[in-house]
Design a protein around this ligand. Sequence first.
Ligand code: BG6
Length: 370
Amino acid sequence: EKGGWDSFMDKEIHEDPAAVQRTLLGRFDDSGAIELDEVRIDEHDFKAIDKIIVVACGTASYAGQVAKYAIEHWVRIPVEIELAHEFRYRDPILNARTLVVAISQSGETMDTLMALRHAREQGSKVLAICNTQGATIPRESDAVLYTHAGPEVAVASTKAFVAQITAAYLLGLYLAQVKGTMFRDEIRQQVDSLKDMPRKIQWVLDTQTAAVEQAAERMANAQSFLFLGRHVGYPVALEGALKLKEIAYTFTEGFAAGELKHGPIALVDAGEPVVFIVPPERGRSVLHTKVISGIEEVKARGATIIAVAEEGDKDVQRYADVVFWRPACPTLMSPLVDVVPLQLFAMNMAKIKGYDVDKPRNLAKSVTVE
Ligand code: BG6
């Protein structure tokens, strides 16, 4: 079943490119327009949507957090991310113009299910982004957009994460199409960028694995890690931190890089490993400059810098002790590649420590209690 891999996690990380590719498959008509046939909310209702609330837990919530940046930019409506277990206990503001998006790999997470039931009771439409055909969450939703990542066996989610981002981006572009907030050409350009990503993820798997393995050997005894990112790199940092704590049982914290000086820098001591998700140099170069200055600040305090950065980034070359390179891609697409070395890093750390990477202690694949 593991198809030659020594763990399901290893196999599933290597299915990241296919998970994105299969999630894009069959979602366009002959003219290239986005067609989401499992979405049974009529176009009129879609046009009226003026707010999105994503409800999810764990990795799925970070996929939603990534999608917020893209959807707000493309559709110009507010997107909120709410941990499903916080949602219904705070009397959220819901109406027919709010689309609630429930993201869940298993489709059985009780916290997420209770959140969507609450949303429907309050008159909102619910769209599920789910990896499991016929699970409870898609069955109880008004619409479903399946991620076609294939069954995910390892408890720590990997390929489902990239598939969830892909599906949420498709939803965003579909909304932009229906609401007319983007020109057709602009939509097509984003779709083309998405279609390029499986190849870019494959490049990371083919060329960065050795560097990741070496880094894990070098850091195996570290007591804690900080993960920092800005913009879409922020949820990627949170996901990288989650992977490492889930399966390598290492204390990790993910922060928005801009918060560094507002607290986390107090934790930085000589030798502390700090992982930076560095945005592309082009385009949003302000972000790049700011992340680099964060690197300089922690470097000055003796931290060990691990960077995920674009190939050829000279600033990163200057300061980082370890670099996992990404091929050039638009900022909004970068999470699809940047998470891959972090998944591999967590897996390698866990293996070096002798842990079962597929079945981490105390965790379950789907949590069906609230
Ligand atoms: C957790 C799993 O308990 O549930 C995580 O260990 C997962 O890996 C989270 O991200 C949400 O699960 P699901 O199935 O709703 O995506």
